[in-house]
Each structure stands twice: as C-alpha cells, then as structure tokens.
Design a protein around this ligand. Structure first.
Ligand code: GP9
Ligand code: MN
Length: 674
C-alpha cells in the first residue's frame, strides 16, 4: 500500500511537472478536442458516441506531438498555426452544416459558393454567431502563452524533447488502435464512398473525415493527368466504330411530346413482383402496372459503389459508373450528355424530387449539373410531417409531390421529372415495426382432437428479408396512392410513368436460403441433403438481383412483357426511341432494335439471354441450355465489356465529352451524327 502511494505521488509530481513544462501542448490538445467534439454536438444534435472522440483525440495528439521537435521559443508559432487550422476547420464545417446539413468538402468549395446564390431555403444567414464560438481556442492559447512564457525553460534537452514527441506519438497510436477496433465493414465502405458525410464524421471524427475528403477530392484532379492520349484514342476508335443507323420499330416515337415521370423505386427487386404470403400479394400496385404497361422482367441496375447515384447517372447518360469512386462525389464536375439536357432542346422542363437531404449523394450539386431545372428536396421544399428511415416517408413525399408537378405542368408545359423514393431503404426496420403485412407461414393442421385448424409458423417474421418484404409492401402501397393522386390531378392523361428499381436490397445470401427452404413444421431450414432443398449459389443470387422496369401509360396500349435481358444503360436509348430523342454517347441500346443484348456490370461480368459470365473467375452459367457455348462467344463479349467499362471511365475521368465539344481534334463524330 505504502509502495503504491509512493508510486502515485511520484506519478503526480511527474504529471504536474509535465503540465508546468508543456502548457502549450496541453492547451492545444484539450482545446482542439473540445472544439471538435462541440462541432459534432452542435451539428448532429443527438450525439452520444465515443468513437469519434477517440479518433479525433489520436489525430490531435499526433499533430501536437510534432511541437516537441520545435525550439521552445518558436513552439507558440506552431501551436498557434495549428490552432488556427483547427478553428477554421470547425468554423467552416459548422457554417457549412447550418446551410447544407452536411459537412464541408474540398471538392465542393467552389460550388458551395455558387449555391449560396441559388437560394436554398436554409441559406438565410450564411454565418451565425455560434460558428465563431470555436475562436476561443486561439484566445485560450494566447492567454496561456502570456501567462507562462516568462517561466518557460529555454535550455531544454533536445533528447528529452524527442522522447516526449515519441511518447505522444505512441499514445496517439494506442488510442487509434482502440478506435480501429470499433470500425466495421460498413464504416469503412462509407468512409470510402464519402456520400453520407454525417455518418462518416459521427464515426471517424472530423479530422479523419476531412483528411479522407482531401484525398478523395484531389484524386480526380490528378488522375486525368495520366493516360490522356490513350484514353482519347480508345474513345475515338470506339465511337467511330459505333453503328449510328436508326432502325424504326413499333415503338418509335409513340410517345413523342408526352411528359415523362420517372419513379426511382428505392431497392425494389423484381422477385417481389407476383410474390404472395398466405395468398396476399406483396406488390399489388406493381403487379397491376406491370400487366397494364411494358414490363421488362429481366432488367438489371448495373450500379457500383455509388448505388442510388450510380443508377441515376447510368439512367440519365447511358454510361457506366466510374471504376473508382463515384461520379456524384468525385467526378460531378465533368460534362455529361444527360436526358434533361437533351430534352431541354425539345422544350422540356426537367425536375427531380427527393424526401431526403439535398446534400445526400451531392445531389443538390449534381442534379443541377445534369441539367435538371430544379431539385426539390426535404426541408427546402417539403413539409416534414412523417419521417421513416432516412427522411420523409414515401407516402407523404408523393402526396406533396403531385401538386408541385401540377404546378410545373401549368407553368412550364412538357416535363421530364424524377421522383426518388426513400422509405424502402436498408435496414427496413422502421416499416417492419408498423407494417401489418404478415410474412409468416399459415397452413392447415389437424390437431390432437382431429380438428383442422390454421396454424402459423414464423417463416420470415423477424428476419431482414421479412422486414424488406414488409417495406416493399409499403413502397408499393405508396406507389398505389401516387398513381391514384396523379390520376385525380389529370396528369396521367399526358404523362408516361416509368418505374425502375435502382438496385437490389443487398440482402445476404443466407436470407434467401431460409426463404426458399423453410420447413414450417419444425420452424427450421431444410437440410441441404433434402430432395426439396433449393440451393442459392453465386449465380442464382446474382441473377436474383434484377430489378423491375415498367413503362406505363394510362391508355394501356403497351401491355407487353419483355423478357430480353436489359440494363440501366439501355433505358436512355429505349425511351429515346419512344419519345424521339437520342444521345450519341449512349453505351446501351434500344431494346427493341437489338437482336442480342448484353448487360455489362461494372466489375466486368456480363449477361446475355444465353449466359451469365463471371469474368473474375473466368466461369460461366448457361441460361439457355440449348445454346452451344463457344470460346469465341465468351471472348467477344468479355472484350466488349472491358471496352465499354474503359471508354466509359475515360469519358468520366478525362472529361472527354467536354473536350470533344471544345475541340474537334479528339473526335470527329461530332459532325458525323448527332
Ligand atoms: C439517399 C438515398 C439512398 O438519399 O437515395 O441512397 P443509396 O444508399 O440507395 O445509394
Ligand atoms: Mn438506392
């Protein structure tokens, strides 16, 4: 005990000595930690997590440790500079958050300044008094400096100072280690994508977020410096070979001059259409619309890490998503030929609407860049009267959207609109709590008294897939209400509705194993030896990721199911054929003008009606068993897939559409066909 108290005393003396000798280091560390924590507290109010404190603390310690390598007289300059940096970081982010409900990004600085003029409803006062609170850190440092500089030891031993630096660094790595042990796969993927900046800051702290943002912002500026000549050559060759002859078919120009209303159906997968639980359909609205309209029952989204945003990009440009990063976050400033831009020339007004923050996926910047005349979103344009999952519920969103669309038609005439749904977004738990749609398994059973009764086995109740089904059922009912409201408003007389699933729900394979192999008697999954066992292998899982695409008009003159495989990049040319527009850069095809279509996925895999090819494994799954597989067939499409991905990525990275417009040297197709 005595030994322990001696140790403690010694330790206290050491700490006191350290505090006395290193007031600037300590002031910087403590003040920075308070400010970075305060920033999160002020911005995202329901903040409780300790992880970002650990992350910020470790980086602050790292920065502070280098102060020990500087002479005592000059140390104030270093800590002053670093404090100014910390204060600016907090101040800018606090200001940015008040205006955009998101954190600042280096890549968006120029655009943010522009957007202030555009007039967000939230941008009333750009700067608020609270943003300046962080300045206390600088005053505190100067105060401590003034109070202690006379007592400062000037004859410090260099070696001792280096040891202090090393100690601080070691401590910072220990803290960082603790932090890293809390990081999950989802955290890492969100850090990489940077689209949900709030989530990243709430997990990684503001310092790691901003460092990562700097790298992500600089990379797209650097990558175009390499490989430009090769890119321009490939681009030229590809478009010179492209067949621009226009074939007419029964759908050509049938909707010329009509309004187009695109419904971006969040995470809706095609297998939910026609699906029933205990005789009750999951998607009665989609079932009806798919029968009344053109229903593409083998349609794939082709998205990469940019999920929703990738689908918005591919649909509007008929290009593939970026190979690294996402167009919406990293390559939004390039020029793209989009549906809104093409239709503008035909007198269309374009708008998009979404019940989530405008900054999500950087949409408030990108949609404007894509040529949408207005992006209506969340707090700016909608009354937030019902929040489910990420934002405004689909039902309320649709309810509020219809009068806005009516006003658009009255004020601007023809329109191309995109309504981006939100509620059916992972993790599907909010809807599952309130949904009355049952995903249990009801069946008849004779009980011990010989009476037949209906019993229920849990089946998908409580599972992620079950929650997803309930959520899809909600989305479908919201779609039903939307169609009803559109009809009431008279908009359907002149509007073609296009519904597309933006990507699959990213459910685990094991969820489907239960779905297909449930034994209600024992509430268990069938054994894989069971003759009724349905295996869910890589290919069935991949093919099951298909999403619905429905083109619907009130006159119901379409009424056809198209089973040919089709990708998101075929939407622009297919709609283009029906509405009378085209893009010379389109990588997809009008589905009615092509004999054999191929859907290329961003990872190089591809799909035709005959086979799914896994280019990573060099393995194929035959879908048409009568088809004689040949090496030539596989090589042809594998080469084509690589070519599409490369050309598309080159367009994105090297901004080749802008360069083509600015100079005829790169590509002569400008005069060839437009
Ligand atoms: C975000 C919503 C979801 O606003 O569109 O995006 P996702 O996670 O599907 O890419
Ligand atoms: Mn999505």
């Amino acid at each position: 005990m005595h030994f322990f108290s001696i140790m403690m005393e010694k330790y206290c003396i050491k700490i006191k000595k350290f505090i006395k000798e290193n007031p600037l280091f300590l002031t910087f560390v403590i003040a920075s930690l308070i400010n970075t924590t305060l920033l999160r507290f002020v911005t995202v109010k329901n903040y409780t997590s300790y992880e970002p404190v650990l992350a910020d603390f470790s980086i602050i310690l790292m920065i502070a440790s280098f102060g020990f390598l500087i002479k005592q007289q000059k140390r104030i300059v270093y800590y002053f500079g670093m404090s100014v940096f910390m204060v600016l970081l907090c101040l800018v982010n606090s200001m940015y958050y008040s205006n955009y409900l998101s954190y600042a990004s280096f890549s968006l600085i120029a655009t943010s300044l522009q957007l202030v003029d555009v007039g967000d409803a939230v941008v009333n006062n750009i700067m608020e008094l609270k943003d300046f609170f962080y300045l206390w850190q600088i005053f505190a440092l100067l105060f401590v400096y003034k109070a202690t500089y006379k007592k400062m030891k000037l004859n410090l031993v260099k070696k001792e100072e280096r040891i202090k630096c090393l100690d601080a660094l070691v401590l910072s790595f220990i803290v960082l280690g603790f932090f890293i042990s809390t990081v999950t796969g989802t955290d890492l993927s969100r850090l990489g994508k940077q689209w949900n900046r709030e989530y990243v800051v709430m997990k990684f702290g503001i310092l790691i977020y901003q460092g990562n943002d700097l790298i992500a912002s600089v990379k797209p500026q650097i990558s175009p410096l390499f490989g430009y000549d090769e890119a321009a050559k490939n681009f030229r060759e590809f478009y010179e070979q492209k067949d621009y002859t226009k074939t007419k078919n029964q759908y050509t120009d049938i909707f010329k001059g009509k309004n187009i209303l695109m419904i971006h159906a969040e995470s809706i997968q095609n297998f939910t259409l026609g699906l029933e639980f205990n005789g009750v359909p999951v998607t009665p609205t989609l079932n009806r619309l798919s029968k009344e309209g053109l229903y593409f029952s083998n349609f794939y989204a082709q998205e990469s890490v940019g999920t929703s945003s990738d689908s918005e990009f591919t649909l509007n440009t008929s290009l593939m998503p970026a190979t690294n990063g996402t167009v919406f976050v990293s390559y939004w400033d390039r020029e793209y030929l989009t549906i809104p831009k093409i239709l503008k020339e035909q007198g269309y007004y374009s708008f998009s609407m979404h019940g989530n923050k405008g900054s999500f996926w950087n949409r408030n910047v990108v949609h404007q860049q894509f040529g949408y005349d207005n992006f209506y979103y969340y707090t700016k344009d909608f009354v937030i009267d019902e929040v489910i999952q990420l934002g405004l519920s689909d039902k309320s969103f649709f309810r509020q959207a219809v009068p806005k669309i009516q006003a658009i038609q009255e004020n601007y005439g023809k329109f191309y609109g995109t309504l981006i749904m939100l509620t059916n977004h992972t993790p599907f738990t909010d809807i599952a709590k309130i949904s009355e749609y049952a995903v249990d398994y009801k069946y008849e059973k004779v009980n011990e008294e010989g009476i037949t009764e209906t019993v229920s086995a849990p089946y998908l109740e409580g599972t992620t897939l079950g929650n997803y089904i309930k959520s899809v059922n909600y989305a479908d009912s919201a779609l039903g209400e939307l169609m009803e409201d559109l009809d009431q408003s008279g908009l359907l007389e002149n509007t073609v509705v296009v519904i597309y699933g933006d990507h699959d729900a990213k459910l685990k394979r094991s969820e489907y194993v239960r779905f297909y192999n449930y034994d209600p008697e024992n509430d268990q999954i069938l054994s894989s030896d069971d003759p009724n066992y349905v295996p869910v292998d890589y290919y069935s899982y991949e093919l099951n990721r298909e999403v619905p695409l429905i083109i619907w008009s009130k006159d119901q003159k379409l009424q056809t199911e198209v089973t040919k495989v089709m990708g998101m990049y075929d939407v622009l040319p297919t709609l283009g054929n029906m509405f009378g527009f085209e893009s010379k850069y389109a990588l997809g095809h009008d589905i009615f003008s092509i004999d054999e279509n191929v859907v290329v996925f961003p990872d190089g895999n591809w799909l035709t009606d005959k086979m799914y090819y896994n280019s990573q494994k060099g393995e194929s799954k035959l879908l048409d068993t009568t088809f004689p597989v040949s090496v030539e067939y596989i090589e042809k499409y594998t080469k084509y897939a690589e070519q599409l991905i490369t050309v598309s990525n080159d367009i994105i990275v090297h901004d080749l559409i802008r360069k083509t417009r600015e100079s005829v040297d790169i590509l002569n197709i400008r005069n060839k066909k437009s």
